[in-house]
Design a protein around this ligand. Structure first.
Ligand SMILES: NC(=O)c1ccc[n+]([C@@H]2O[C@H](COP(=O)([O-])OP(=O)(O)OC[C@H]3O[C@@H](n4cnc5c(N)ncnc54)[C@H](OP(=O)(O)O)[C@@H]3O)[C@@H](O)[C@H]2O)c1
Length: 319
């Protein structure tokens, strides 16, 4: 079969012939892959930088996808940490880590949206007790996961949704998706933090895809400008596009009822993640959320990798 193959962490994968995968226990099944998303997590898998990387090569990248099993049913599946990923004509899935999709589901949309949508859906359902009427700030709202977070926070009944991001064009588009205010991330971290302090100091929840210097500055600004420092503020760290570490002053944690939690593989159990997938897939299939996606044939995987570095669209490979 054909598959995207990573032979070196310093080169993008290439489409090559590889042996067909075979199940090794009764819970596994082979699926014909229909669509697999090129998420940031897949790029970090393929360049060896993700925290789960074992350094072993070669590997077929891809952490999730949509496929059809021998039972004829269409499924969305999440793979365990494996060297036989979803960017192949066929892969082996654990049926317990998959859900059957509603008839007529759009495989490209589901493969594109599940990963970025899952980030905020699971965070708001499993890492905080999010209540309708609460106010949310999204840091890094202009990416796929951020724009999903705007829509998902609204879907869960958020009152105000403040969206902060760099790209002015994408930021403007978030108002149509449900953002009540937007703050452009521009200039140095302190300048942005001051604007965030003016607009978003009293939010209940921060959904953070940035981390790094912008997060440290924003956290201080929000705590400082907060009208009621005894009102709980939960900061959910989900991504780190602006830096892997952030210098948080200890006073920020003492001076307000600030709680920092993370959400992702490990901090949420696989069982809890899987429990959320059917409802999320249902919403995505129904077209509740807008996702900017495009498909690329598996043979053009090298071009897809190059494009992914520049486009804001979520690329989906189709074997
Ligand atoms: N923990 C989880 O469960 C989970 C799940 C999904 C994703 N994630 C993580 O969430 C993050 C975002 O994922 P995604 O799917 O949205 O990726 P994406 O679609 O590639 O978007 C990333 C966005 O980050 C912005 N960005 C990059 N560097 C920045 C900086 N220094 N300051 C401000 N903005 C910056 C860019 O926005 P501009 O266009 O405005 O420059 C870009 O659009 C990644 O770290 C990903 O690994 C985590």
């Amino acid at each position: 079969m054909r598959a995207a193959v990573v032979s070196s962490f310093s080169r993008p994968p290439r489409c090559e012939e590889v042996p067909d995968p075979a199940p090794t226990d009764d819970d596994q099944m082979v699926v014909e892959v229909i669509a697999a998303g090129l998420h940031p997590r897949v790029r970090s898998q393929a360049d060896g930088s993700h925290y789960t990387s074992t350094g072993e090569l070669p590997l077929v990248p891809g952490i999730d996808g949509v496929g059809r099993g021998g039972d004829g049913r269409l499924r969305y599946f999440v793979l365990p940490d494996t060297r036989i990923g979803s960017m192949a004509e066929r892969t082996v899935i654990d049926a317990r880590r998959s859900i059957v999709l509603p008839d007529g589901s759009d495989s490209i949309r589901v493969a594109a949206a599940m990963n970025p949508a899952m980030a905020s859906w699971i965070a708001l359902r499993r890492r905080v007790r999010f209540q309708p009427g609460q106010d949310v700030l999204i840091l890094g709202a202009t990416g796929s996961a951020g724009s999903m977070a705007v829509q998902i926070a609204r879907r869960f009944g958020a009152n105000r949704v403040v969206a902060a991001g760099r790209d002015p064009h994408r930021l403007a588009g978030l108002s149509r998706l449900g953002a009540s205010d937007t703050v452009q991330i521009a200039g140095d971290a302190d300048a942005t933090a001051r604007r965030l302090g003016e607009v978003a100091a009293d939010v209940d929840v921060v959904i953070d895809y940035l981390w790094g210097e912008p997060t440290a500055a924003a956290m201080v600004a929000l705590v400082t400008e907060r009208a009621d420092r005894e009102k709980p503020l939960t900061w959910i760290e989900i991504g780190s596009v602006a830096g892997p570490t952030a210098s948080i002053p200890s006073a920020a944690l003492r001076a307000a009822r600030l709680q920092i939690v993370g959400s992702g593989q490990g901090s949420v159990s696989t069982r809890d993640i899987l429990a959320e997938l059917p409802a999320l897939a249902e919403e995505i299939s129904r077209g509740t959320f807008q996702i900017d996606a495009r498909s690329t044939p598996l043979e053009q995987v090298e071009r897809a990798w190059a494009d992914a570095a520049h486009t804001t669209q979520r690329i989906v490979l189709t074997p």
